[in-house]
Design a protein around this ligand. Structure first.
Ligand code: NAP
Length: 277
């Protein structure tokens, strides 16, 4: 009689948590992960676009999505998201810290609570979420992390949007260190640094009219950024700038004297400022 084979447990599909999954680069990255056989955990404040996206990911790629509606600027949001997620999945193998926005105006034109919320969403949330999911990745010896930074983190600061470039520089350095620390645990970490990208970003911060005057070669679609970022993550690139023209800008900023670069930024920053009413 043939010996009965022990039934192997079905291989679990990896799950990736994406913040800011209701629009733009976050949605596009969700499609990339789904296309590669991942299930998703989608979080943002607006539920409806995530429900639509989840439907699409199921139909197109057969992926299951868990939706968690949350505002990352609220205290305890990261722990709360993970607690709610724990009821739906036992493991988080991927994390995309993507949620973000721009705060227009000079530093003194915004009150501290607005800056504090900004820092919570742009810095505290990515750092805390990473810390909370990292142990599981290390334990399972598998993980993928993307921190969506920006080309702004590679060029000098500009007038207006005062904390934006600073937070993105922080994410780049954070990703570089984490990438080195996590290599021995088979956890890949990458800072994705897009330049101007078509999404809701410039509508939300009311700079659409101003940035629309920028030439076409400065723009990429969210899909192009996501595809390029996903490939860079697979190659474990600690820092990745999608698009040849964006890479040229970053290189130029490194090569020219800082005083010139600052002058250039101060001359051009008017172009990225809030639409005149
Ligand atoms: N577009 C660009 O030109 C560009 C360039 C470089 C880098 N980036 C970076 O790319 C990332 C994604 O931006 P995007 O261009 O895709 O912009 P987007 O289309 O406006 O998407 C931003 C996402 O962040 C979420 N979000 C914003 N505030 C949140 C909060 N308090 N709590 C939870 N979720 C929040 C939004 O969801 P809800 O509104 O539903 O909460 C949305 O899903 C950002 O980190 C941005 O800094 C963008």
């Amino acid at each position: 009689m043939k010996k009965k084979q022990k039934k192997r447990p079905a291989k679990k599909r990896p799950v990736c948590l994406i913040t800011g999954a209701s629009a733009g680069i976050g949605s596009a990255l969700a499609r990339e992960f789904a296309n590669a056989g991942w299930d998703l955990a989608l979080t943002a404040r607006r539920e409806e676009p995530m429900v639509e996206l989840a439907k699409e990911l199921k139909e197109e790629y057969g992926s299951t999505s868990h939706i968690i509606v949350a505002d990352l600027s609220k205290p305890g949001a990261c722990a709360d998201i993970l607690e709610r997620l724990a009821k739906k999945t036992t493991h988080i193998d991927g994390l995309v810290n993507n949620a973000g926005y721009g705060l227009t105006g000079n530093y003194t034109e915004n009150e501290w609570p607005a800056h504090k919320d900004f820092l919570t969403v742009m810095l505290e949330a990515p750092c805390e979420m990473t810390r909370l999911v990292a142990d599981g990745m290390v334990e399972r010896r598998f993980g993928r992390i993307i921190n969506v930074a920006s080309l702004a983190g590679h060029v000098p600061g500009s007038r207006g949007h005062t904390l934006y470039a600073a937070t993105k520089s922080f994410l780049i350095k954070f990703s570089q260190s984490l990438n080195l620390e996590m290599q021995e645990h088979n956890v890949k970490v990458s800072a994705l640094c897009p330049g101007f990208t078509y999404s809701e970003f410039h509508d939300v911060n009311e700079t659409r009219g101003a940035v629309d005057k920028l030439p076409n070669w400065m723009w990429m679609t969210a899909e192009e950024v996501a595809e390029s970022g996903f490939i860079a993550l697979a190659r474990n690139r600690a820092v990745h700038i999608p698009g040849a023209s964006n890479r040229m800008i970053a290189l130029l900023a490194r090569l020219i004297p800082e005083s010139w670069a600052l002058k250039l930024m101060s001359r051009n920053s008017e172009k990225f400022r809030k639409d005149k009413r």
